[in-house]
Design a protein around this ligand. Sequence first.
Ligand code: GDP
Ligand code: MG
Length: 240
Amino acid sequence: MKEYEVYSSLKVPKNSKIIMRLDGRSFHTLARDLELIKPYDENFYKVMSQVCRDLFEEFSPLFVYTFSDEISLLFDKVPFDGRIEKLNSVIASFTASSFVMHYNREFKKPPAFDSRVIPISDDDIVKYFKWRQDESWVNCVNSHGISYLKSKYPNNVANDKIKGMNLSDVHELLFENGINLNNVETYKKRGIGIYRKNKKVVGFNKKENKDQVSYRSHIFIDWEIPIFGDEFFKEMDVID
Ligand SMILES: Nc1nc2c(ncn2[C@@H]2O[C@H](COP(=O)(O)OP(=O)(O)O)[C@@H](O)[C@H]2O)c(=O)[nH]1
Ligand SMILES: [Mg+2]
């Protein structure tokens, strides 16, 4: 009967780095059910960052990036020998379980995440994360815009108004009404990064009778990430 399992041998290309992107399923409804704060619910973001830490500890990616209900993981050592079915099913279910464990709430429906595997060349890693971070900024402008409009107009009018506006129109409208997005927290504009960081540890070397400096890496949740560029990824040793 094993021969019926035709997809089980499907693997990512050998020696390729991969990105996996997970996205919350129908989180628009979940946000309504849980009465998440609009436009940004800090507790939701804290939970998502804890989920990213769990993923980091379990699967050892090089870098994890999250905003809204999505998570991107970059792998150089691909788990499960690169088997696509294993990657998508285990990592998506692990993510959903972690999300429920960290959310100390009753859900109306079991939360789920979809998942996709994206083989990526070294040259395109920074490009990929810039693309997602740009999306995070678009999300920031639009979600503040719709929240503002809904505070002034009925929902359907607000929805119609925002549809006819481009990003700079929304930015301008907010600015004119005293909402300066430059002043909102960094994570709302740029998302959150999770990666290993070296920590300086000073210990005492008894033999040589002097202090000794060593470095120990720990998982760091960065709520103040820069606008992505080559430098940030070089510093993390993701690219040369
Ligand atoms: N209120 C609130 N909702 C959020 C927040 N972050 C994400 N969401 C919701 O999650 C959705 C994510 O977008 P998308 O994946 O396209 O929608 P989905 O198909 O319903 O999961 C957004 O449309 C919001 O409704 C937040 O901080 N506050
Ligand atoms: Mg979603």
